[in-house]
Design a protein around this ligand. Structure first.
Ligand SMILES: [Cu+2]
Length: 176
């Protein structure tokens, strides 16, 4: 009895396995085979469609890369530098009882550099509005530098008593 039962169970198990295997084999191949044809067919067109569409996006990026922009940037820099370094330099003489030249004309924002030498006695050079007041020793060139940031006409004058005409020892600074 036992042996027969075992045999029967064994046969049933084998049958079940066979059925399962067959079923799996049938089902497995079916799905696998079906997709391939469909996938290939659909895949080819899909890829074809994707491929053409991909290049266009890449093309647009290329234009943005245009180097012209960087090249245009350099020019602005050079022009900016010159104005900044604008210095108006004047060599002047101070003597009884005048400054030579007696008139200095500059543009607003320019840096003014005055090189003044007293040739007879000690004098001074002052511009009240710019807070300038320097002594000018005989034979020694004094350098006075300032930024002409205030527009207008200003009087520069001798600030060291140098004689009878001292009060009339003046000149004019014009900032336009
Ligand atoms: Cu003086």
């Amino acid at each position: 009895m036992m042996k027969k039962t075992n045999l029967i169970y064994g046969a049933l198990l084998i049958a079940l396995f066979t059925i399962l295997l067959t079923a799996c084999a049938t089902k497995a191949p079916a799905p696998l085979q079906t997709p391939p044809p469909g996938a290939n067919t659909a895949g080819a067109p899909a890829d074809a469609g994707t491929t053409p569409s991909t290049p266009p996006p890449e093309s647009p990026p290329s234009p943005p890369e245009t180097p012209p922009t960087p090249q245009e940037t350099p020019p602005p820099n050079p022009p900016t530098t010159p104005p900044t370094s604008t210095i108006k330099e004047f060599t002047m003489e101070a003597k009884m009882f005048e400054f030579i030249p007696g008139e200095i004309r500059v543009n607003q924002g320019e840096t003014v550099r005055l090189k003044i030498t007293a040739t007879d006695v000690k004098h001074g050079f002052a511009i009240s509005e710019y807070g300038i007041n320097e002594q000018l020793l005989v034979g020694q060139e004094a350098t006075i530098e300032f930024v002409a940031d205030k527009k207008g006409t200003f009087t520069f004058f001798c600030s060291v008593m140098c004689g009878s005409g001292h009060r009339d020892m003046k000149g004019t600074l014009i900032v336009e």
